[in-house]
Design a protein around this ligand. Structure first.
Ligand SMILES: [Zn+2]
Ligand SMILES: [Zn+2]
Length: 345
């Protein structure tokens, strides 16, 4: 079968590899159909992922953690509801179940977690074997839309961490796929949302979701505009979906006293923030990493509810044979790319 194999930093090749064996107890053999490409894929390919995020994971590796496909075969002991030929989205994370974060119900921050596409081979191959707990049936005509359950799951986690309530003012920095999904879910919860991005063209979709939008100019002007929009106290919730230092600082500055600042965008960079913003305003500064299994199920439902809107986040498609070019394209055209999907089938 064919697979896109990352052999070393910057080297991905599409080659013939051995098919997996038939699934063992509690395992599912999945025929991969569509894989979304995201920032962490570029970072991994370029050797820029932090060790905690999986950057120390050895080559060769088959990438692809945003994966949807169909069930090819079931090992013994899989749960009812998993059927051969059913379309599924894959929850990429497996947690150890016994470390401190696992013991307090936070398996998404497990000290020993593995992610498909980073620690284990992922979706950029025709067939893969995966534990049944990571397989979620999804009703979607298009496998590429089903693959969006993974980025949507990060937004589900963000909205939970942010404790967004009806009528609250929520600022989202960054109108990429995850920022757009945060906007969508916050709107579903009845929040007023302001989405901020460098690119006017990325804001159209947020506007259609009923959000107000703002083009990022300079930090001071953006902080002022966002605080004006939210009313005198400033926004009670701000979500950064960029990982850019200037945006993170703006988040901490604009958020209301007693508010929640939620970091979703990944980065290895450092950012200076004024210590007084934490003590004087007593803000909750909250991080987001992947999501739990229950949250992945919520993401599947969110994709099913919003399939036409989610489909519009997919800006480019490539076949598996052109996977290396697809990632290169995404790296080089950040302004044009929303979500690149690789069609494996
Ligand atoms: Zn991703
Ligand atoms: Zn653990």
């Amino acid at each position: 079968m064919r697979a896109a194999v990352t052999r070393a930093v910057g080297v991905m090749e599409v080659v013939e590899v051995a098919e997996p064996e038939s699934p063992g107890p509690g395992e599912v053999l999945v025929r991969s159909e569509a894989v979304g490409i995201c920032g962490s894929d570029y970072h991994f390919l370029r050797g820029e992922l932090s060790d905690v995020a999986g950057g120390a994971s050895p080559f060769p590796k088959i990438q692809g953690h945003e994966c949807a496909g169909t069930i090819e075969a079931l090992g013994p002991g899989c749960r009812p509801g998993l059927d051969v030929a059913a379309r599924v989205a894959l929850y990429p994370l497996h947690a150890c179940g016994h470390c401190y974060p696992c013991s307090v119900g936070r398996p998404n921050t497990c000290d020993n977690f593995t992610l498909i596409g980073i620690h284990l081979d992922g979706g950029l191959q025709e067939l893969l074997c995966i534990p049944q707990q990571q397989v979620f049936p999804i009703t979607a005509d298009d496998s590429a839309v089903a693959a969006m359950a993974e980025p949507a799951s990060i937004a589900v986690r963000a909205v939970h961490r942010a404790r967004i309530e009806e009528g609250e003012h929520v600022v989202v920095l960054g109108a990429g796929p995850i920022g757009q999904c945060v906007c969508l879910l916050a709107r579903e919860r009845g929040a007023e949302v302001l989405v901020i991005d460098l690119q006017e063209r990325r804001l159209g979709l947020s506007r259609e979701m009923g959000a107000q939008v703002l083009v990022w100019t300079d930090a001071r002007a953006v902080v002022e505009a966002a605080r004006d929009w939210a009313g005198a106290a400033g926004p009670p919730v701000v979500v950064d979906a960029t990982g850019a230092a200037a945006a993170v600082r703006a988040m901490v500055e604009m958020v209301a006293s007693a508010g929640r600042a939620v970091q979703v965008g990944m980065s290895n960079e450092e950012v200076p923030i004024r210590i007084g913003s934490l003590t004087e305003k007593e803000i909750d500064l909250l991080g987001v990493s992947c999501c739990g299994g229950g949250e992945f199920a919520e993401a599947v439902a969110a994709v099913e509810r919003n399939a036409p809107m989610i489909a519009r986040l997919i800006s480019h498609e490539f076949p598996l044979e052109r996977a290396p070019e697809a990632i290169e394209f995404a790296i080089e055209h950040p302004a044009e790319v929303m979500k690149v999907v690789i069609r494996v089938d």
